[in-house]
Design a protein around this ligand. Structure first.
Ligand code: BTN
Length: 269
């Protein structure tokens, strides 16, 4: 069996000279180019005894994966494209959506720190997007290995637009298009690791109420009327909440409540 030190590992330090995390990002695998950091991390997990918190990151993804079978396009060396390996043995498989919630909250906190100013409306868009002023700045793709309601490992894939300014017709934005300033993606990643670790430890320590409260506070359409599309039918409704299993509850204008799985509905913004 391979061991991790056969890979190029590097421990970057932050501006204060210390990695302010216990485990997220303490082991890193840097790949100048790869098809997808999620795919790489997944195959690593099958061959190597990876420790929790290992991060796979790259400057260039040639076949980046997005939600719903879409691809994730990211200009080389411009953005954050990484995957964090977690082993949340404490979490039941049926509650795996909490990983999505805490990753979204970590990204929300990171963006709140760097986009200071009230003109920025940062929102979590169920199930896996982060929007700033209604434009997508980040996406999350989580892949899990679950047996009998036990999570053996999870790969948390994150794409965050940092310095890219051209998006080929996509309704997207980046830190640079918003602030006009460039930030080194690697520097920003270190701050992201701190945020992920904070929320992950809250989850591990069972702070479910805090997680759910904060998640819903920042959720696009929570208790607000917005439009959705389900099987080619448009309808308006308010989000009443996102359940532990990731299903979304929507109260329609006629007060009827419906729940949907990921992939069953889309937002019309
Ligand atoms: C989405 O919004 O559709 C999810 C996008 C997730 C993209 C990231 S980039 C790093 C990681 N590797 C991948 O192939 N995808 C995720």
């Amino acid at each position: 069996m391979l061991t991790l030190h056969k890979f190029a590992l590097s421990n970057k330090i932050n501006l204060f000279g210390l990695m302010a995390t216990l485990f997220i990002g303490q082991n890193k695998v840097f790949l100048p180019e790869t098809d997808s950091t999620n795919s790489y991390a997944t195959s690593l997990l099958k061959n190597v005894n990876c420790i929790e918190g290992t991060v796979v990151y790259t400057n260039k993804q040639t076949n980046g994966k997005g939600q719903r079978g879409n691809s994730w396009l990211s200009d080389p060396s411009m953005n954050i494209t990484l995957s964090v390996i977690l082993k949340p043995a404490f979490l039941r498989g049926t509650n795996v959506f909490y990983l999505s919630k805490i990753t979204a909250l970590a990204l929300y906190d990171l963006l709140t720190d760097i986009l200071t100013g009230s003109q920025f409306d940062i929102k979590i868009k169920w199930p896996n997007d982060i929007l700033v002023n209604n434009r997508k700045i980040a996406g999350i793709l989580i892949e899990n290995n679950i047996t009998e309601d036990r999570i053996n490992w999870s790969v948390i894939g994150i794409g965050l637009n940092v310095n890219q300014t051209v998006f080929n017709g996509m309704v997207a934005c980046s830190v640079k298009t918003i602030t006009g300033k460039e930030i080194l993606p690697e520097e920003l990643s270190l701050q992201l690791f701190e945020k992920i670790e904070k929320w992950y430890l809250l989850l591990r320590n069972n702070h479910i109420e805090t997680i759910n409260l904060t998640y819903h506070q920042h959720l696009l359409g929570y208790k607000k009327s917005i439009r959705f599309m389900h099987r080619n039918v448009l309808f308006s409704g308010c989000i009443a909440g996102v359940e532990e299993n990731g299903r979304i509850r929507i109260i329609q204008e006629n007060n009827e409540e419906l729940t949907f799985e990921i992939k069953e509905i889309s937002f019309i913004l």
